[in-house]
Design a protein around this ligand. Structure first.
Ligand code: ZN
Ligand code: ZN
Ligand code: ZN
Ligand code: ZN
Length: 155
């Protein structure tokens, strides 16, 4: 996955001697004992927030993402711009956080997760098989097995 920009956020102590730091969020002087350092700037702990959900990025501790002029938490970044991968059935990109079905290393759109021969959909608890990287229902799998194993098909 390619991130536009992932930046680390760190909590740093304010040195009482050094020159006063201005918060990049509200432009006011930082007087707290600790401030956040991110994107080469300093922030009040309350001022470094996700543009989307307003969560305080300092509390999440680790990283933030930038996209254009937005500062986003990881969750929102992934929701808006991330991807889970390509659907093994239709080949299209699956947006991150969309519900997916997984089979071994493959991911599928929910709508694409069906037998690739007869299009039967699978539901929780149904048997499915992966053969040549195609999903098959039990019936088609067993049929393919029979045909593949005998030189003279019995049907
Ligand atoms: Zn501030
Ligand atoms: Zn957020
Ligand atoms: Zn798909
Ligand atoms: Zn089938």
């Amino acid at each position: 996955m390619v991130f536009d920009k992932e930046e680390s956020v760190s909590l740093v102590p304010l040195h009482s001697k050094g020159k006063p730091r201005l918060c990049a969020g509200c432009n006011r002087r930082i007087r707290e004992r600790f401030m956040l350092q991110a994107l080469d700037r300093y922030w009040h702990e309350d001022c470094l927030k996700c543009a989307c959900c307003d969560c305080r990025l300092g509390e999440l501790g680790s990283t933030l993402f930038t996209k254009a002029n937005l500062i986003l938490c990881r969750r929102d970044y992934l929701r808006l711009f991330g991807t889970t991968g390509n659907c093994a059935a239709c080949g299209k990109i699956i947006p991150a956080l969309e519900m997916v079905m997984r089979a071994r290393d493959n991911v599928y759109h929910l709508d694409c997760f069906a037998c690739q021969l007869c299009s039967q959909r699978f539901y929780m608890g149904d048997m499915f098989f992966l053969k040549n990287n195609k999903i098959l229902c039990q019936q088609d799998y067993e049929e393919g097995h029979r045909n593949g194993n005998s030189e003279m098909p019995t049907r």
